[in-house]
Design a protein around this ligand. Structure first.
Ligand SMILES: Cc1ncc(COP(=O)(O)O)c(C=O)c1O
Length: 385
């Protein structure tokens, strides 16, 4: 048996909705962006997540770039974020010639530790980018109150958090902006895609976001008949998602609850079957705080150290089980060292990144596959000890 790390799940309607566009091209069906399926996706998310405004984008990276432009990060401005994250959290800040300021994570949730944020704030700090690792919410009340006290923007990198909640509220709808990913590896996907959530009740901000998404033009207003021609009005890029991808995504969003529910069953199965290994002190299982309703995006375990982790990961690979570790912390990556050569050690981030192993998880994973992963893991661990 071969177990991939992730595999997209098809609901059955992806093809139907794409065919709907293809069959109607001669009658004017749109394949560029901001079309009928894109609007349906945005509306579905706005209603389901109770979000002020959702704009579909080409990726979560694009959404983070848009948010960074919307808060006007200037050269030298500082943005607080974890180092234990994907490059897309930091890249937009660096592109704007700002400075990422890495703050350590909480060893339980692997999310930014709110008790360490305030000591990292300086007069140049403009924003906090909070990353909901594994779809488990950051401590948002604490983060929002620090931001309020210091007049900072909050951008939620909810790439992994689609459908997850913090105290009943959907991730991505709590900060000033939320950014989602619909990359192939995510719970809900269209191959490559994302969304920007704008939570401030600020029409000017929403209109500027539309302009940035449309290459810096007021084309969205033109399409709505609000201007008679469109032109270059701000600096932007090409962040609108094609309606073909939006058609695929719409099928997935409609089935979000069932798909996340299925992942949760797999996650719970892993958790229950691996509990004895935690009790024997071999591994540590994920910790889900009371305030978080996660979406089972990642199932990870923590080993004692790097050596044990790497040996077990290699042996799983030999049995065709693709388990991975993420992230390589940004501060110790080649580009991270160029950006922040002074932040050489971030203790909990450094330690966790050496101990973590992520198991395969996808909505279509069947119990045979889960049991295979567990039985191979059991065999490796028993031989290893
Ligand atoms: C925390 C985080 N932020 C951003 C991204 C980027 O998402 P995308 O591939 O949609 O640009 C990812 C993707 O894995 C991620 O995990």
């Amino acid at each position: 048996m071969k177990i991939p790390f992730a595999r997209p799940y098809l609901t059955g309607n992806e093809q139907k909705y794409i065919n709907d566009i293809l069959a109607n091209i001669q009658n004017g069906a749109q394949i560029s962006g901001d079309g009928p399926y894109g609007k349906k996706c945005e509306q579905l998310m706005e209603e389901k997540f109770v979000a002020r405004k959702v704009l579909l984008t080409t990726s979560c990276t694009s959404a983070l770039e848009m948010a960074t432009r919307l808060i006007n990060i200037q050269p030298g401005d500082e943005v607080i974020m974890p180092s234990f994250t994907f490059v897309s959290t930091a890249n937009p800040v660096v592109i704007a010639r700002g400075r990422p300021v890495f703050v350590d994570i909480d060893p339980d949730t692997l999310n930014i530790d709110p008790t360490k944020i305030e000591e990292a704030i300086t007069p140049r700090t403009k924003a906090i980018y909070s990353v909901h690792y594994a779809g488990v919410s950051c401590a948002m009340d604490e983060i929002m109150s620090i931001a309020k006290r210091h007049g900072l923007w909050v951008v939620e990198d909810a790439a992994q958090g689609v459908g997850a909640r913090y105290k009943e509220r959907h991730l991505g709808t709590i900060g000033d902006f939320g950014c989602y990913s619909f990359h192939e590896t995510k719970n809900i996907t269209c191959g490559e895609g994302g969304a920007l959530v704008i939570n401030r009740d600020d029409q000017e901000l929403i209109e500027r976001a539309e302009i940035i998404r449309e290459k810096g033009t007021d084309r969205s207003k033109f399409h709505r008949g609000q201007v008679d021609k469109y032109t270059w009005v701000d600096v932007g890029s090409s962040y609108v998602q094609s309606d073909i991808l939006a058609a695929f995504l719409y099928a997935q969003l409609e089935a979000m609850d069932e798909m996340n529910q299925r992942r949760m069953e797999i996650w719970n199965d892993y958790y229950t079957q691996l509990k004895p290994f935690e009790e024997s002190g071999m591994i540590r299982l994920p910790v889900i705080p009371d305030y978080a309703e996660h979406n089972a995006h990642i199932f990870y375990i923590l080993f004692r150290d790097l050596i044990v982790r790497d040996i077990i990961m290699d042996r799983l690979k030999k049995d065709k089980i693709h388990a991975v570790f993420h992230y390589m912390p940004l501060h110790s990556s080649p580009q991270g060292k160029k950006e922040r050569g002074d932040q050489t050690s971030i203790p909990i981030t450094d330690e966790i990144s050496r101990r973590i192993l992520r198991f395969p998880i996808y909505s279509g994973m069947n119990s045979k596959e889960i049991n295979y992963v567990i039985s191979i893991f059991e065999k490796i661990v028993t031989n290893f000890l």
